[in-house]
Design a protein around this ligand. Structure first.
Ligand code: SAM
Length: 363
């Protein structure tokens, strides 16, 4: 894949690498995109993700060091990964994150280094992260109304999120994105407001259908606002909306993009009503080194034990290659076929295995 013009890490020119070089799974999907959850802790309690006050946390000694994360990343990039996204939990709770960013940014095969954050701590950290080589930031912003955030995420710090977004703009990240999980009866009346906010802040909003992932213990089908419904609401307000056809770089991206008549673009991630398993090139590593091939997978593969017991990079690469080559997961599509679909897990089952939680797997 050609180097993106937006890749602005000073002094590092990633070598050109073709997607066809990547290891492919049983459905011919490349191993191209890696999400690294750097902590399972979060400073919000969003009702759709992490609604309880207390959780069973990953043991501290099991959390990968920056050196271990960078080494794993390098093995993955040797097999085709080009895109890396830091997530969590809340990634900015991980102490000294710019140091990890700098380590990953030094890897010339990473041509897209991004982070998803709730923005609470971004105001203070944006400049250091940018200087360390982070290229893109996505900030979760479900509502523009502080009282809704208080009710829905148990936080009175809405102003800090807005300050985080402003700091990201000042720091000069490429293509700032805002994620909003749309939930009926909570924020489904804010679609246009969020588009206007994003436009005013030179950002692009992506509306996410409310998913029945681990953590979403209060999920029910009737709270999901479908892509189709969102487009109908927005068309009533803005008139004709046209799809933006995906090009090279984002033809495997989860969001479908759309354009209003005035040129404003936005995205919708329709994981519930129009799953995109067919093109899914993403996998996730939890903060304790468990590798998940699908957000809905029942179990992951422990990479920490081999990593800490002296295996070589070649041995790790073989394990990862062989596992990916056998991948057949189509979790979201399988959920689509369930007639009486409810929450994926009950709270007691999540407590029994924190790896099932969305905040452990990383969004
Ligand atoms: N703490 C960071 C944040 O808030 O962006 C990163 C982790 S969070 C798990 C990553 C993304 O997953 C967020 O954009 C969040 O809105 C999304 N997410 C969490 N639970 C979800 C659900 N049930 N349905 C859809 N998206 C969800």
């Amino acid at each position: 894949m050609a180097v993106k013009s937006g890749s602005t890490r000073p002094g590092i020119l990633p070598p050109s690498r073709r997607m066809s070089d990547a290891v492919r799974d049983a459905l011919r999907r490349p191993l191209a995109s890696l999400r690294l959850s750097v902590t399972d802790r979060c400073n919000l309690r969003c009702r759709y993700c992490m609604p309880e006050d207390e959780y069973v946390w990953l043991p501290r000694t099991s959390i990968l060091t920056f050196e271990e994360i960078a080494r794993l990343t390098s093995v993955f990039t040797g097999l085709g990964v080009q895109k890396v996204r830091l997530t969590g939990g809340e990634p900015l709770l991980r102490h000294d994150l710019p140091t990890l960013v700098a380590k990953i940014a030094r890897n010339p095969r990473v041509n897209d280094l991004a982070m998803t954050t709730n923005g609470l701590l971004l105001g203070k950290q944006a400049a250091a992260l940018r200087a360390a080589g982070l290229q893109r930031v996505t900030v979760s912003l479900d509502t523009l109304r502080p009282e809704r955030m208080l009710a829905f995420a148990k936080s009175a710090r809405h102003a800090d999120v807005l300050e985080g977004i402003a700091a990201a703009q000042r720091a000069g990240f490429d293509r700032l994105k805002l994620n909003a999980v749309v939930i009926r009866g909570f924020n489904d009346d804010e679609l246009a407001d969020l588009i206007e906010f994003a436009r005013a802040h030179a950002a692009e909003v992506r509306f996410i259908e409310y998913m029945d992932v681990g953590g979403a213990t209060r999920w029910s089908r009737d709270q999901v606002v479908s892509q189709r419904e969102m487009l109908e609401v927005l068309a009533r307000r803005y008139g004709a909306i046209e799809p933006v056809h995906a090009t090279g770089d984002d033809d495997r991206a989860p969001a479908e993009r759309f354009r209003l008549a005035d040129g404003t673009t936005f995205g919708i991630i329709a994981s519930v009503t129009a799953p995109f398993c067919r093109t899914c090139d993403r996998s996730r590593i939890t903060a304790d080194g468990t590798w998940f091939l699908c957000l809905y997978a029942r179990a992951g593969i422990d990479l920490r034990e081999p990593l800490r017991h002296g295996v070589s990079d070649d041995e790790l690469a073989s394990l990862i290659r062989e596992t990916w080559q056998g991948r057949t997961d189509r979790g979201a599509e399988e959920r689509l076929g369930i007639a009486d679909r409810g929450a994926l897990y009950r709270i007691d089952s999540l407590r029994a295995d924190p790896h099932r939680e969305m905040h452990t797997r990383g969004g």
